[in-house]
Ligand binder design. Structure first.
Ligand code: 6PG
Length: 476
């Protein structure tokens, strides 16, 4: 046995992870259900490091040093269970199975418990950064036991992206913690992308400008506080011309956004935990709405003239307003995402470090951004921060952005440009800072029709008013 770590499942992500490991000097056992992929990897990239190929799972396991560490990189769901079932009888106590796919964290909790029963470690690991990240340095979010991290940490920290000499990998917490944090990462990714898309839509309508001109605006924004991978590739996509038609690429792409499910999982989990991640939810629903082509066609026919006219007078101020509104809305989305992680960590007793999570998202992952270093600072300074919105730098940005944010959302509403994420982020901010919420009326209604009781501002306890009788109040 000579290999320090193994990878089974050599589609593009598995293959690039294996190459990244080999390039960092690790001896990597490689295996794929159909051996063609294994041979292809060796033929094309065999000279990048030391690979130990196997055609059967048994041979693959036999090439691994003990305790064995096997990375499983197959489709989430049934294929992952099938590979685990094949692996388990071949492994021995203390060995480690690492699932680097986008698994649902509850599946990871279940699998971890089952493998623990066999004396094995199961490490659900979030890996972000796409194909390029897997090869050149992803952000890695491992869950599982402390003991498994002692073996995996030194390997993963080496192949992860590095920011200021700090690896974008840390042990997130036990069992499903890593996959949970990766799920929320993806939810934030949805919100971030929806906000960028709305900013683009607003700019395009307000300025009557083409994608190539807008690309320049995003490129400029990427030099400031919005600096991030997603803003950078937005400029790239907007500047791209379709070869077949010569039209802007973005105008020949069907406007129906798809999803593999991690955004939906994030929203479902937030509903269960009672965390209002409104930005992520709006972003997820906006994708669903875009896919309802028949309804959209019917509505277009029914309301052809519902949009208002829009004339932006001061173009420069408008662009700066949209930038400020985007930054403020983005702060809301991240505040909500980190609230969600905190709630999940409390519910499942994971002890997730929020500052540490922001630290490993500074590089490698899809949402990597300058901004994340500020989030790290905020949670490192005050781990019990009630909401990211009130951390000094973020509070300053939001306060400074409020007038622009209101102008943009109001203009969008008047012009009929849909801005679900911008608008709901502003509504979230206003609700959070309101002196009184109309929730009091809701409590009154609930008590009126269903005797659901209410609490009072001036006395402890629960109360009910006898609405249908003498309207006297009684302690409930
Ligand atoms: C990442 C990405 C990655 C993948 C998403 C896309 O962090 O590298 O999030 O996991 O691109 O699964 O998700 P949708 O298909 O749902 O947009």
């Amino acid at each position: 046995a000579t290999a320090q770590i193994g990878v089974t499942g050599l589609a593009v992500m598995g293959r690039n992870l294996a190459r990244n490991l080999a390039r960092h000097g690790f001896t990597v056992a490689v295996h794929n259900r159909s051996p063609g992929r294994t041979r292809g990897l060796l033929a094309e990239h065999g000279d990048e490091g030391t690979f130990v190929p196997s055609e059967s799972m048994a041979d693959f396991v036999a090439t691994l040093e003990r305790p064995r560490a096997v990375i499983v990189m197959v489709k989430a769901g049934a294929p992952t269970d099938a590979v685990i079932d094949e692996l388990v009888p071949l492994l021995e106590a203390g060995d480690i199975v690492v699932d680097c796919g986008n698994a649902h964290f509850t599946d990871t909790i279940r699998r971890e418990e089952a493998l623990r029963g066999h004396g094995l470690h199961f490490v659900g690991t979030g890996v972000s950064g796409g194909e390029e990240g897997a090869l050149h340095g992803p952000s890695i979010m491992p869950g599982g036991s402390d003991e498994s991290y002692r073996k995996l940490g030194p390997i993963f920290e080496k192949i992860a992206a590095q920011v200021d000499g700090v690896p974008c990998c840390r042990h997130i917490g036990p069992d499903g913690a890593g996959h949970f944090v990766k799920m929320v990462h993806n939810g934030i990714e949805y919100a971030d992308m929806q906000l960028i898309a709305e900013a683009y839509d607003l700019l395009r309508a307000g300025l009557s400008a083409g994608p190539a001109e807008l690309a320049k605006i995003f490129r400029r924004w990427n030099d400031g506080e919005l600096e991030s991978f997603l803003i950078e590739i937005t400029a790239d996509v907007l500047a791209h011309t379709d070869a077949a038609t010569g039209r802007p690429f973005v105008d020949v792409v069907l406007d129906q956004a798809e999803q593999k499910g991690t955004g939906r999982w994030t929203v479902q989990s937030a509903l269960d935990l009672g965390v209002p991640i409104t930005g992520i939810a709006e972003a997820t629903f906006a994708r669903s709405l875009s896919g309802h082509a028949d309804q959209r066609a019917a509505a277009r026919r029914a309301f052809p003239d519902a949009g208002g006219n829009w004339q932006v007078d001061d173009r420069e101020t408008f662009v700066e307003d949209v930038r400020r509104a985007l930054l403020a809305s983005k702060i809301v989305a991240y505040a909500q995402g980190f609230d969600h992680i905190r709630a999940g960590s409390r519910e499942y007793d994971w002890g997730v470090d929020l500052g540490g999570t922001a630290t490993i998202w500074r590089g490698g992952c899809i949402i990597r951004a300058r901004f994340l270093d500020r989030i790290r600072q905020a949670y490192d300074t005050e781990p019990e921060l009630p909401t990211l919105l009130v951390a000094p730098w973020f509070a300053e940005q939001v306060s400074a952005g409020v007038p622009a944010w209101r102008r943009v959302v109001a203009d969008a509403a008047r012009a009929g440009v849909p801005t679900p994420a911008f608008s709901s982020s502003l509504a979230y901010f206003d609700a959070l800072r309101a002196q009184r919420l109309p929730a009091a009326l809701i409590q009154g209604l609930r008590d009126n029709f269903g005797a659901h009781t209410y609490r009072r501002v001036d006395r402890d306890g629960s109360f009910h008013t006898r609405w249908a009788a003498d309207r006297a109040e009684e302690a409930a």
